[in-house]
Design a protein around this ligand. Structure first.
Ligand code: ADP
Ligand code: MG
Length: 577
């Protein structure tokens, strides 16, 4: 069975190796730890004048033992990818004056002092982590317990969904907002609350969360729902069977046990048991592929209608589902209520794309959008609050200098108020500080993090552009590289045509190329401003908004564009036109 919901944060960035946890058996006391920092400070003050004599003094007596017991080989590690600890294992006495003093890790000496001789490769790595307390808290997969500045939206959802707890069908809801505005986090929060309240009051209300970016076809959505409900039904049937079987054996000895039940006699109990057993085996789980869609649909239908309940189906990233496979799923789901006997379903769609309903069948559109809730972008102050909440848990005390959070918030506010970006920035800044062996995260780390994330984003966006857009972008790059400013659409189109001929690609109309330029503009790759040319009408002036060399390199890594050996003649030709 397809259990996407167990790892719903598929929009996580690529997994990085997790940081090792703090050693639980670390035997240094606080006093020893602070003593070691004091010593480290004095080493750093010593700077280039550090002599072997100084070092021996500073490192006390143990460092000599360390070098004696440790193999002298340096483990091969990439220093930029490891936390700020000294892997060399060499004693302080070995440090040459050219070594940076910060590589002298005195924590290690103290750790070794109490831990005896059995020090391995990882002890060193575990010993010094001045920055993070719990980095997981900054990852998108972490669900915060508090969502500052989303009270209104959460209350609106709750007000609509509370009908489910009264056994009524809540209106369908459509949630809109740009990425990182807290839609998923809020929806999950509300669904947890809804389910826990329904358990408290023992009302049959269930929430199913589906991330349509992962589960992106009608077959898969319906199969996942069907299997979910079959599993739940099995659970309910098994519970009932258990109690019926014990009732049966109790009633065999004492028929009076049936008095307070719906069963007239033991035969009735047996009948009910066989009925349930039959139901159970009739429920066939849907395979990942292979069934006709209507069979999947009816399997889901029967499974959900097996019991009385109100079901809220959350379709996160619903725009991705519609984009990939049309609106059939939504059409089918939204008309189910008129046919269901025991259960009711309500749909909550969550979309990053404000205009996605334009592509929907009008019936689906009106049914889905009974209620609409908008998640506006966060402003810089709101982002500060959000970051501060998370940073308190994520970082060691005093690990952040005071400008860090405001700067992360300001950068992310420019990035359409994206809380995900803000958290990414903060985490990346922390990682960069850690790698540079700094004791605190500083403003410069945030700026470096901003550059790194921006470049990563550009590379990813450019890499995944359709070929036609890549050719258009490449045309703009060629023009810029040849010193053309205020590029207009006609100029782009001329180069574009020649490039298409060269690599044997279809040539789109100039109008389509104009659309592709607008798309690149929306992606933030180019900047296209409409300028008025007085009585000559209006034209677009296009310029690149991303680093030219990196972008070109990504384009040329595409096998089709990579075939263009010398693009210079195409640009030259522009001047001949
Ligand atoms: P969306 O679904 O709108 O793209 P998410 O709900 O995934 O955004 O939020 C992106 C990240 O920002 C997540 O890590 C989430 O925990 C965090 N986040 C968003 N809004 C808040 C908030 N109000 N308080 C705390 N964290 C938030
Ligand atoms: Mg989301």
């Amino acid at each position: 069975m397809n259990r996407e919901d167990t790892h719903i944060d598929a929009d996580d960035e690529a997994a990085e190796p997790d940081e090792p946890a703090e050693p639980t058996d670390q035997q240094t006391t606080d006093d020893e730890a602070s003593e070691s920092t004091d010593r480290l400070d004095s080493v750093q003050e010593a700077d280039d004048d550090t002599t072997p004599m100084d070092s021996v003094d500073l490192s006390a007596t143990d460092s000599v033992d360390v070098s004696a017991t440790d193999p002298p080989e340096t483990p091969a590690t990439d220093s930029t990818d490891t936390p700020a600890t000294d892997l060399t294992g060499s004693s302080v006495a070995d440090a040459s004056p050219t070594d940076t003093p910060s590589t002298v890790d005195l924590d290690e000496v103290v750790l070794d002092d109490t831990a005896g001789d059995s020090k391995g490769l990882f002890d060193d790595l575990l010993s010094g982590e001045p920055i993070f307390e719990n980095k997981e808290v900054l990852r998108p997969s972490y669900t915060p317990h508090e969502l500052p500045h989303r009270t209104d939206q959460i209350n609106q959802m709750a007000t609509i969904l509370v009908s489910a707890l009264r056994g009524e069908t809540p209106s369908n809801i459509l949630i809109y907002g740009k990425t990182g505005t807290g839609k998923t986090a809020s929806a999950k929060f509300v669904s947890q609350e809804l389910e826990s309240t329904s358990q408290k009051y023992d009302v049959p209300c269930e929430v199913e969360y589906i991330n349509c970016e992962v589960t992106d076809t009608q077959y898969r959505v319906l199969a996942q729902l069907a299997n979910k409900f079959i599993e739940k039904n099995h659970q309910v049937i098994d519970d009932e069977l258990d109690s019926l079987r014990s009732l049966r054996s109790a009633a065999r000895d004492d028929p009076g046990r049936l008095d307070d039940t719906d069963f007239a006699d033991l035969d009735a109990v047996d009948d009910r048991i066989s009925e349930l057993e039959r139901d159970r085996s009739d429920m066939e789980t849907v395979p990942m592929t292979g069934w006709p869609t209507d069979r999947v649909y009816s399997t889901f239908f029967e499974a959900v209608d097996y019991n009385e309940r109100v079901v809220v189906i959350m379709l996160d990233e619903i725009d991705k589902l519609v984009e990939k496979s049309g609106d059939d799923t939504l059409y089918n789901l939204s008309r189910m209520n008129s046919e269901l006997d025991n259960s009711r379903i309500s749909i909550m769609g969550i979309s990053n794309d404000l205009k996605f309903t334009d592509f929907l069948d009008p019936r689906v559109k009106s049914s889905l959008g009974e209620e609409e809730i908008v998640f506006p972008p966060y402003d810089a102050n709101q982002l500060r609050d959000i970051l501060q909440h998370r940073a308190d848990i994520a970082f060691k005390t005093d690990a952040l200098t005071e400008d860090v959070i405001p700067l992360c918030a300001a950068f992310a506010a420019q990035e359409h108020g994206d809380a995900r970006r803000a958290l990414d920035l903060l985490r990346t800044a922390g990682e960069l500080a850690e790698r540079s062996q700094a004791d605190t995260v500083e403003e410069t780390h945030v700026r470096q993090a901003q550059d790194k994330i921006e470049l990563d984003r550009v590379v990813e966006v450019v890499r995944t552009l359709p070929t036609q857009s890549k050719i258009v972008l490449f045309s703009i790059i060629l023009l810029e590289k040849n010193g053309v400013h205020n590029i207009n659409t006609g100029e782009v189109f001329n180069i574009y045509k020649r490039l298409c001929e060269e690599i044997d690609a279809d040539i789109l109309t100039q109008r389509r190329v104009t659309d592709l330029i607008s798309e690149l503009d929306m992606l933030g790759i180019v900047n296209a401003v409409v300028v008025s040319k007085g009585r000559y009408g209006r034209t677009k002036e296009i310029s690149l908004s991303v680093p030219i060399d990196e972008t070109e390199a990504v384009l040329l890594s595409d096998s089709r564009l990579g075939n263009i050996e010398d693009a210079q003649p195409f640009v030259q030709a522009r001047f001949d036109n």
